[in-house]
Write a protein that binds this ligand. Structure first.
Ligand code: GRG
Length: 308
């Protein structure tokens, strides 16, 4: 399968990225605060949770929710909040990933990691809070279908998919396998399983969220899943390539001994070819959508060529 040439980012995608990031950044504080019954100055959790959630991330997963949903004609207003739920699970995973017992990273998004600023116990509690809030806000949308929420059956469907992406088939399992795997002896298959769960699962859930809300048929859902699985894996490998850069560029600094990564297994050139191949597979998966898939295609190429 050949490489896919990178066009410059179209103004349509560039607009969408700007709008979705702004909408997510505007919505996250309100969605989080709904979970804050009182403002007790002695309670460190609300401000720590805000710090973890609102620090400047790329908001890639909510963008994928919107791209997938808009392909099926879902209004953006229906997609942003559920994209924020995915972003909360992602933020929780970053906080946990940085803990001394995990990657032992002191920098995240270019700033001190949450356990450095708020202590380990608060960091764990923030992750639990964000995770609970993510599920809570989707459930609430299902309880308020008539007031701009979601049909209850759709909300349940999303909750179930997010649970799958978080647990024994997703993030938590991927991280446990990652920690249990010796970087030097990791097989290709093991690396694929780790990263499909650690990173791919939330990408898949994001694409599914949009497609499910758009009433996608099973064949269309399968195409979106394949796209997201390939883009997610490629995203992780690019992440590993970027992490080889100094911490001030990648924004993250891990003290843990080398983690299992494709770059170590197949070398830098091999990893770059793998990224190109996975991206080409992703683009092929959405061929079935014809011109409607153009922004998803551009998005895959943009992530392949990203520099941060
Ligand atoms: C929260 C259910 C749950 C489990 C946590 C710790 C853990 C289990 C999983 C670790 C998952 C992890 C950190 C995977 C790496 C994924 C990745 C490529 C992160 C970087 O994502 P970006 O580039 O980050 O989107 P920004 O900062 O832009 O948001």
């Amino acid at each position: 399968m050949g490489d896919v040439a990178a066009p410059p980012v179209s103004s349509a995608l560039s607009h969408l990225l700007g709008e979705v990031r702004a909408a997510v950044d505007a919505r996250l504080p309100a969605l989080l605060a709904a979970d804050t019954p009182s403002k007790d100055p002695g309670d460190p959790l609300p401000s720590a949770a805000r710090e973890a959630l609102l620090s400047p991330g790329k908001r890639v997963r909510p963008v994928l929710v919107v791209l997938a949903g808009e392909l099926f004609g879902v209004p953006r207003a229906r997609l942003v909040d559920v994209g924020c739920a995915i972003e909360m699970v992602h933020a929780a995973s970053l906080v946990l990933d940085d803990l001394p017992s995990m990657d032992d990273a002191t920098l995240r998004r270019g700033k001190p990691a949450l356990h450095v600023t708020h202590g380990e116990a608060n960091a764990i509690l923030v992750a639990v809070t964000l995770l609970a809030r993510a599920f809570g806000l989707i459930a609430e949308a299902g309880l308020h279908a008539r007031r701009g929420g979601l049909p209850a059956s759709a909300a349940l469907d999303l909750v179930s998919r997010l649970a799958d992406a978080s647990g024994l088939a997703g993030l938590a399992s991927g991280q446990a396998l990652d920690l249990a795997t010796d970087a030097a002896s990791a097989t290709f298959d093991r690396l694929e399983t780790i990263h499909a769960r650690k990173t791919g699962a939330l990408f898949v859930a994001s694409a599914e969220f949009g497609a499910v809300l758009g009433g996608a048929r099973e064949k269309e859902l399968a195409a979106m899943r394949s796209y997201a699985r390939n883009v997610g894996l490629a995203f992780q490998i690019v992440d590993d390539l970027l992490e080889q850069a100094p911490a001030r560029e990648s924004g993250k600094s891990a003290r843990r001994a080398p983690a299992p990564a494709f770059v170590r297994h197949v070398g830098v050139d091999g990893a770059r070819s793998l990224v190109a191949e996975l991206t080409a597979h992703a683009v092929e998966s959405i061929g079935t959508f014809g011109k409607k898939g153009i922004l998803l295609r551009e998005f895959a190429l943009l992530l392949r060529d990203r520099k941060n």
